[in-house]
Design a protein around this ligand. Structure first.
Ligand code: ADP
Ligand code: MG
Length: 342
Protein backbone atom coordinates (compact mmCIF):
# COMPACT_ATOMS: atom_id res chain seq x y z
CA UNK A 1 0.00 0.00 0.00
CA UNK A 2 2.91 2.41 -0.48
CA UNK A 3 2.81 5.13 -3.15
CA UNK A 4 -0.88 5.78 -2.96
CA UNK A 5 -0.50 9.49 -3.60
CA UNK A 6 0.24 10.66 -7.13
CA UNK A 7 0.48 14.07 -8.75
CA UNK A 8 -2.34 14.36 -11.28
CA UNK A 9 -1.34 14.62 -14.91
CA UNK A 10 -1.81 18.18 -16.29
CA UNK A 11 -4.93 17.35 -18.32
CA UNK A 12 -6.73 15.84 -15.34
CA UNK A 13 -5.70 18.85 -13.23
CA UNK A 14 -7.10 21.16 -15.92
CA UNK A 15 -10.37 19.22 -16.06
CA UNK A 16 -10.72 19.60 -12.31
CA UNK A 17 -10.02 23.35 -12.52
CA UNK A 18 -12.59 23.50 -15.34
CA UNK A 19 -15.18 22.35 -12.82
CA UNK A 20 -14.90 25.78 -11.21
CA UNK A 21 -14.03 28.04 -14.13
CA UNK A 22 -16.27 26.48 -16.78
CA UNK A 23 -19.53 26.03 -15.00
CA UNK A 24 -21.64 26.34 -18.15
CA UNK A 25 -21.44 27.50 -21.79
CA UNK A 26 -21.80 31.14 -20.71
CA UNK A 27 -18.62 30.81 -18.62
CA UNK A 28 -16.71 29.96 -21.80
CA UNK A 29 -18.04 33.07 -23.50
CA UNK A 30 -17.23 35.20 -20.45
CA UNK A 31 -13.64 34.01 -20.21
CA UNK A 32 -13.00 34.33 -23.96
CA UNK A 33 -14.48 37.82 -24.18
CA UNK A 34 -12.46 38.89 -21.11
CA UNK A 35 -9.33 37.71 -22.90
CA UNK A 36 -10.30 39.68 -26.02
CA UNK A 37 -10.81 42.81 -23.90
CA UNK A 38 -7.46 42.27 -22.15
CA UNK A 39 -5.89 41.96 -25.63
CA UNK A 40 -7.21 45.50 -26.32
CA UNK A 41 -9.58 44.46 -29.08
CA UNK A 42 -11.80 47.22 -30.48
CA UNK A 43 -14.05 44.68 -32.20
CA UNK A 44 -15.30 41.40 -30.74
CA UNK A 45 -17.64 39.01 -32.52
CA UNK A 46 -19.44 36.26 -30.66
CA UNK A 47 -21.22 33.41 -32.40
CA UNK A 48 -23.33 30.63 -30.94
CA UNK A 49 -24.14 27.67 -33.18
CA UNK A 50 -27.29 25.57 -33.54
CA UNK A 51 -26.72 24.37 -30.00
CA UNK A 52 -24.69 26.07 -27.26
CA UNK A 53 -22.71 22.89 -26.59
CA UNK A 54 -21.88 22.22 -30.22
CA UNK A 55 -20.38 25.54 -31.25
CA UNK A 56 -19.20 28.75 -29.56
CA UNK A 57 -16.90 31.25 -31.24
CA UNK A 58 -15.21 34.44 -30.09
CA UNK A 59 -13.26 36.38 -32.67
CA UNK A 60 -11.31 39.57 -31.93
CA UNK A 61 -8.98 42.11 -33.51
CA UNK A 62 -6.75 42.34 -30.43
CA UNK A 63 -3.00 41.93 -30.17
CA UNK A 64 -2.97 38.18 -30.91
CA UNK A 65 -0.71 35.45 -29.53
CA UNK A 66 2.64 34.53 -31.09
CA UNK A 67 3.34 31.00 -32.29
CA UNK A 68 5.82 30.52 -29.41
CA UNK A 69 3.28 31.67 -26.81
CA UNK A 70 0.34 29.65 -28.14
CA UNK A 71 1.22 26.33 -26.46
CA UNK A 72 2.04 28.22 -23.24
CA UNK A 73 -1.36 29.92 -23.20
CA UNK A 74 -2.83 26.42 -22.83
CA UNK A 75 -0.77 25.51 -19.80
CA UNK A 76 -2.27 26.04 -16.40
CA UNK A 77 -1.03 29.05 -14.41
CA UNK A 78 0.53 30.51 -17.57
CA UNK A 79 -0.38 34.18 -18.00
CA UNK A 80 1.04 37.32 -19.58
CA UNK A 81 -0.87 39.48 -17.08
CA UNK A 82 0.88 39.14 -13.73
CA UNK A 83 4.23 37.83 -12.54
CA UNK A 84 3.77 38.00 -8.77
CA UNK A 85 0.94 38.17 -6.25
CA UNK A 86 1.77 41.84 -5.62
CA UNK A 87 0.75 42.63 -9.18
CA UNK A 88 -2.84 42.09 -8.07
CA UNK A 89 -2.48 45.45 -6.27
CA UNK A 90 -2.20 47.21 -9.60
CA UNK A 91 -4.31 44.81 -11.64
CA UNK A 92 -5.78 46.47 -14.71
CA UNK A 93 -6.68 43.33 -16.65
CA UNK A 94 -9.73 41.10 -16.23
CA UNK A 95 -7.65 37.91 -16.28
CA UNK A 96 -4.76 36.97 -14.03
CA UNK A 97 -5.22 33.31 -13.07
CA UNK A 98 -3.97 31.72 -16.29
CA UNK A 99 -6.64 29.05 -16.03
CA UNK A 100 -9.33 29.75 -18.59
CA UNK A 101 -7.79 28.51 -21.83
CA UNK A 102 -6.34 25.24 -20.44
CA UNK A 103 -9.60 24.58 -18.56
CA UNK A 104 -11.83 25.17 -21.58
CA UNK A 105 -9.53 23.18 -23.88
CA UNK A 106 -9.55 20.23 -21.47
CA UNK A 107 -13.34 19.80 -21.67
CA UNK A 108 -13.96 20.50 -25.36
CA UNK A 109 -12.59 20.40 -28.87
CA UNK A 110 -10.97 23.77 -29.23
CA UNK A 111 -9.49 25.46 -32.25
CA UNK A 112 -7.51 28.67 -31.87
CA UNK A 113 -6.14 30.81 -34.68
CA UNK A 114 -4.11 33.82 -33.73
CA UNK A 115 -1.81 36.31 -35.37
CA UNK A 116 0.30 39.11 -33.92
CA UNK A 117 1.10 42.32 -35.82
CA UNK A 118 4.76 41.36 -36.35
CA UNK A 119 3.93 38.08 -38.08
CA UNK A 120 2.86 37.76 -41.72
CA UNK A 121 0.61 34.80 -40.98
CA UNK A 122 -1.28 33.35 -38.06
CA UNK A 123 -1.14 29.94 -36.43
CA UNK A 124 -3.97 27.53 -35.86
CA UNK A 125 -3.77 24.98 -33.04
CA UNK A 126 -6.36 22.30 -32.45
CA UNK A 127 -6.90 20.60 -29.12
CA UNK A 128 -9.15 17.70 -28.20
CA UNK A 129 -9.84 17.12 -24.51
CA UNK A 130 -6.70 19.15 -23.77
CA UNK A 131 -4.39 17.23 -26.15
CA UNK A 132 -2.78 19.19 -28.97
CA UNK A 133 -3.81 17.36 -32.15
CA UNK A 134 -2.77 19.66 -35.01
CA UNK A 135 -1.01 22.91 -35.81
CA UNK A 136 -0.70 24.78 -39.09
CA UNK A 137 0.06 28.22 -40.51
CA UNK A 138 -3.03 30.17 -41.64
CA UNK A 139 -3.72 33.45 -43.40
CA UNK A 140 -5.75 35.77 -41.17
CA UNK A 141 -5.94 39.36 -39.93
CA UNK A 142 -4.20 40.30 -36.66
CA UNK A 143 -6.24 39.04 -33.71
CA UNK A 144 -7.53 35.83 -32.22
CA UNK A 145 -10.31 33.50 -33.28
CA UNK A 146 -11.36 30.73 -30.90
CA UNK A 147 -13.94 28.05 -31.68
CA UNK A 148 -15.11 25.71 -28.94
CA UNK A 149 -16.95 22.59 -30.15
CA UNK A 150 -18.56 19.76 -28.23
CA UNK A 151 -18.24 21.35 -24.83
CA UNK A 152 -18.19 18.78 -21.96
CA UNK A 153 -17.98 15.87 -24.43
CA UNK A 154 -15.54 14.13 -22.08
CA UNK A 155 -17.11 15.20 -18.75
CA UNK A 156 -20.58 13.62 -18.82
CA UNK A 157 -21.30 14.58 -15.19
CA UNK A 158 -20.95 18.26 -16.06
CA UNK A 159 -22.86 17.87 -19.30
CA UNK A 160 -25.82 16.50 -17.35
CA UNK A 161 -26.05 19.77 -15.43
CA UNK A 162 -26.37 21.88 -18.55
CA UNK A 163 -29.90 23.29 -18.68
CA UNK A 164 -32.15 23.73 -21.71
CA UNK A 165 -30.88 25.43 -24.83
CA UNK A 166 -32.93 28.55 -24.12
CA UNK A 167 -31.74 28.81 -20.49
CA UNK A 168 -28.09 28.48 -21.47
CA UNK A 169 -28.49 30.90 -24.38
CA UNK A 170 -30.18 33.28 -21.93
CA UNK A 171 -27.09 33.22 -19.68
CA UNK A 172 -24.88 33.92 -22.68
CA UNK A 173 -27.08 36.84 -23.75
CA UNK A 174 -27.03 38.31 -20.24
CA UNK A 175 -23.29 38.20 -19.90
CA UNK A 176 -22.77 39.73 -23.35
CA UNK A 177 -25.21 42.56 -22.65
CA UNK A 178 -23.22 43.38 -19.51
CA UNK A 179 -19.99 43.52 -21.49
CA UNK A 180 -21.64 45.83 -24.04
CA UNK A 181 -22.56 48.15 -21.16
CA UNK A 182 -19.17 48.07 -19.46
CA UNK A 183 -17.26 48.59 -22.71
CA UNK A 184 -19.22 50.98 -24.93
CA UNK A 185 -15.97 51.78 -26.76
CA UNK A 186 -15.78 48.20 -28.08
CA UNK A 187 -17.91 47.17 -31.06
CA UNK A 188 -19.60 43.88 -30.12
CA UNK A 189 -21.47 41.73 -32.56
CA UNK A 190 -23.51 38.78 -31.33
CA UNK A 191 -25.11 36.14 -33.52
CA UNK A 192 -26.89 32.98 -32.44
CA UNK A 193 -27.88 30.09 -34.69
CA UNK A 194 -26.97 32.29 -37.67
CA UNK A 195 -29.43 35.09 -36.91
CA UNK A 196 -28.04 38.43 -35.80
CA UNK A 197 -28.96 39.22 -32.20
CA UNK A 198 -27.51 42.70 -31.80
CA UNK A 199 -24.43 44.75 -32.31
CA UNK A 200 -22.98 47.88 -30.79
CA UNK A 201 -21.06 50.53 -32.69
CA UNK A 202 -18.17 50.94 -30.26
CA UNK A 203 -18.45 54.74 -30.29
CA UNK A 204 -18.65 55.01 -26.51
CA UNK A 205 -22.33 55.90 -26.09
CA UNK A 206 -24.16 54.42 -23.10
CA UNK A 207 -27.70 54.84 -24.33
CA UNK A 208 -27.96 51.87 -26.71
CA UNK A 209 -26.21 49.46 -24.29
CA UNK A 210 -28.66 50.68 -21.60
CA UNK A 211 -31.59 49.97 -23.96
CA UNK A 212 -30.23 46.48 -24.62
CA UNK A 213 -29.96 45.79 -20.88
CA UNK A 214 -33.05 47.47 -19.46
CA UNK A 215 -35.40 48.07 -22.39
CA UNK A 216 -36.13 51.36 -24.10
CA UNK A 217 -38.64 52.76 -21.61
CA UNK A 218 -36.47 52.35 -18.54
CA UNK A 219 -33.26 53.35 -20.36
CA UNK A 220 -34.79 56.60 -21.52
CA UNK A 221 -35.87 57.51 -18.00
CA UNK A 222 -32.75 56.52 -16.09
CA UNK A 223 -30.97 59.27 -14.17
CA UNK A 224 -27.23 59.62 -14.17
CA UNK A 225 -25.28 59.68 -10.93
CA UNK A 226 -21.66 60.66 -10.47
CA UNK A 227 -19.33 61.17 -7.55
CA UNK A 228 -15.86 60.68 -6.17
CA UNK A 229 -14.00 60.63 -2.89
CA UNK A 230 -11.92 63.65 -1.90
CA UNK A 231 -8.67 61.76 -2.56
CA UNK A 232 -10.02 60.47 -5.92
CA UNK A 233 -9.30 56.86 -4.88
CA UNK A 234 -12.94 55.97 -5.55
CA UNK A 235 -15.00 57.27 -8.45
CA UNK A 236 -18.50 56.22 -9.27
CA UNK A 237 -20.71 56.71 -12.27
CA UNK A 238 -24.01 55.09 -13.03
CA UNK A 239 -27.59 55.14 -14.17
CA UNK A 240 -30.57 54.58 -11.87
CA UNK A 241 -34.16 54.03 -12.89
CA UNK A 242 -36.74 56.14 -11.06
CA UNK A 243 -38.04 54.11 -8.09
CA UNK A 244 -41.40 53.64 -9.84
CA UNK A 245 -39.62 51.03 -11.97
CA UNK A 246 -38.46 48.91 -9.03
CA UNK A 247 -38.45 45.09 -9.17
CA UNK A 248 -39.08 42.20 -6.81
CA UNK A 249 -35.56 40.84 -7.38
CA UNK A 250 -32.06 42.28 -7.68
CA UNK A 251 -31.61 40.83 -11.17
CA UNK A 252 -31.63 44.28 -12.74
CA UNK A 253 -28.83 45.63 -10.57
CA UNK A 254 -25.63 45.61 -12.56
CA UNK A 255 -22.39 46.44 -10.81
CA UNK A 256 -18.95 46.84 -12.35
CA UNK A 257 -15.84 47.39 -10.30
CA UNK A 258 -12.94 48.54 -12.46
CA UNK A 259 -15.10 47.36 -15.36
CA UNK A 260 -15.36 43.84 -14.00
CA UNK A 261 -18.91 42.55 -13.58
CA UNK A 262 -19.31 41.61 -9.92
CA UNK A 263 -21.97 40.61 -7.45
CA UNK A 264 -21.90 42.78 -4.36
CA UNK A 265 -24.41 42.72 -1.55
CA UNK A 266 -22.61 45.71 -0.07
CA UNK A 267 -23.09 47.94 -3.11
CA UNK A 268 -26.69 46.80 -3.67
CA UNK A 269 -27.60 47.54 -0.09
CA UNK A 270 -25.99 51.00 -0.11
CA UNK A 271 -28.14 52.00 -3.09
CA UNK A 272 -31.23 50.36 -1.59
CA UNK A 273 -30.80 52.06 1.78
CA UNK A 274 -30.25 55.44 0.18
CA UNK A 275 -33.44 55.11 -1.87
CA UNK A 276 -35.31 53.37 0.91
CA UNK A 277 -37.94 56.07 1.49
CA UNK A 278 -38.83 56.14 -2.23
CA UNK A 279 -39.26 52.38 -2.59
CA UNK A 280 -42.27 50.24 -1.80
CA UNK A 281 -41.61 47.45 0.66
CA UNK A 282 -39.72 44.45 -0.76
CA UNK A 283 -38.96 46.27 -3.99
CA UNK A 284 -35.46 46.65 -5.39
CA UNK A 285 -34.17 49.54 -7.47
CA UNK A 286 -32.96 49.03 -11.05
CA UNK A 287 -29.53 50.43 -11.76
CA UNK A 288 -26.10 50.00 -13.20
CA UNK A 289 -23.12 51.35 -11.36
CA UNK A 290 -19.54 51.69 -12.55
CA UNK A 291 -17.11 51.89 -9.67
CA UNK A 292 -13.52 52.85 -10.36
CA UNK A 293 -11.37 52.13 -7.40
CA UNK A 294 -7.64 51.93 -6.68
CA UNK A 295 -6.82 48.23 -7.18
CA UNK A 296 -5.10 48.01 -3.79
CA UNK A 297 -8.40 48.73 -2.00
CA UNK A 298 -10.05 45.61 -3.41
CA UNK A 299 -9.35 41.91 -3.52
CA UNK A 300 -10.49 40.22 -6.73
CA UNK A 301 -8.80 36.94 -5.92
CA UNK A 302 -11.73 35.51 -3.97
CA UNK A 303 -13.16 32.95 -6.36
CA UNK A 304 -12.08 31.38 -9.70
CA UNK A 305 -14.96 33.01 -11.58
CA UNK A 306 -13.70 36.42 -10.34
CA UNK A 307 -17.30 37.55 -9.70
CA UNK A 308 -16.86 38.05 -5.96
CA UNK A 309 -14.83 40.91 -4.65
CA UNK A 310 -13.77 42.27 -1.26
CA UNK A 311 -13.46 45.95 -0.43
CA UNK A 312 -11.21 47.24 2.32
CA UNK A 313 -12.68 50.75 2.62
CA UNK A 314 -16.38 50.03 2.92
CA UNK A 315 -17.15 53.28 4.77
CA UNK A 316 -15.62 55.49 2.12
CA UNK A 317 -17.37 53.57 -0.68
CA UNK A 318 -20.67 53.90 1.19
CA UNK A 319 -20.23 57.66 1.53
CA UNK A 320 -19.36 58.20 -2.12
CA UNK A 321 -22.30 56.17 -3.44
CA UNK A 322 -24.74 57.59 -0.91
CA UNK A 323 -23.91 61.19 -1.68
CA UNK A 324 -23.98 60.68 -5.47
CA UNK A 325 -27.39 59.01 -5.28
CA UNK A 326 -28.74 61.64 -2.88
CA UNK A 327 -27.59 64.45 -5.09
CA UNK A 328 -29.77 63.10 -7.91
CA UNK A 329 -32.76 61.79 -5.92
CA UNK A 330 -32.85 64.08 -2.86
CA UNK A 331 -31.23 67.29 -4.13
CA UNK A 332 -32.62 69.31 -1.21
CA UNK A 333 -30.81 67.08 1.34
CA UNK A 334 -27.55 66.62 -0.45
CA UNK A 335 -24.42 68.09 1.13
CA UNK A 336 -23.32 69.72 -2.12
CA UNK A 337 -26.60 71.59 -2.53
CA UNK A 338 -26.41 72.88 1.02
CA UNK A 339 -22.86 74.11 0.50
CA UNK A 340 -23.72 75.64 -2.87
CA UNK A 341 -26.71 77.52 -1.48
CA UNK A 342 -24.80 79.12 1.39
P1 ADP B 1 -5.43 34.80 -18.08
O1 ADP B 1 -6.42 35.57 -18.87
O2 ADP B 1 -5.81 34.68 -16.64
O3 ADP B 1 -4.01 35.28 -18.28
P2 ADP B 1 -6.13 32.62 -19.87
O4 ADP B 1 -6.00 31.16 -19.75
O5 ADP B 1 -7.48 33.18 -20.05
O6 ADP B 1 -5.43 33.27 -18.60
O7 ADP B 1 -5.22 33.10 -21.09
C1 ADP B 1 -3.83 32.76 -21.09
C2 ADP B 1 -3.01 33.78 -21.87
O8 ADP B 1 -3.32 33.66 -23.26
C3 ADP B 1 -3.29 35.24 -21.53
O9 ADP B 1 -2.51 35.67 -20.41
C4 ADP B 1 -2.93 35.96 -22.82
O10 ADP B 1 -1.55 36.23 -22.88
C5 ADP B 1 -3.24 34.94 -23.89
N1 ADP B 1 -4.55 35.18 -24.55
C6 ADP B 1 -5.71 34.52 -24.32
N2 ADP B 1 -6.71 34.98 -25.11
C7 ADP B 1 -6.17 35.94 -25.88
C8 ADP B 1 -6.68 36.81 -26.93
N3 ADP B 1 -7.97 36.76 -27.31
N4 ADP B 1 -5.82 37.68 -27.48
C9 ADP B 1 -4.52 37.76 -27.11
N5 ADP B 1 -3.98 36.97 -26.13
C10 ADP B 1 -4.79 36.08 -25.53
MG1 MG C 1 -8.35 34.99 -19.21
Amino acid sequence: MSNRIKILDPITANQIAAGEVVERPASVIKELVENSIDARASKIEIEVGESVLSYLRVFDNGMGISKEDLPLAFQRHATSKITSINDLNQLLTLGFRGEALPSIASVSELEISSRTADSINGWKFRFSGGHLVAEEAVGMPVGTDIIVRNLFFNTPARKKHVKSESTELGHIKDILLRFALAYPEIAFKFTAASSRQWQTDGKGDYFYPLVLNFGEEIASKMLEVKGESADASIKIHGFLAPPAFSRTTRLQQIIFVNRRLVRSRLISSIVEKTLNTLLAINRYPIFCLFIEIKPEIIDVNVHPTKMEIRFSEEDLITKVIESAVKEQFFPQQSAKTIINSM
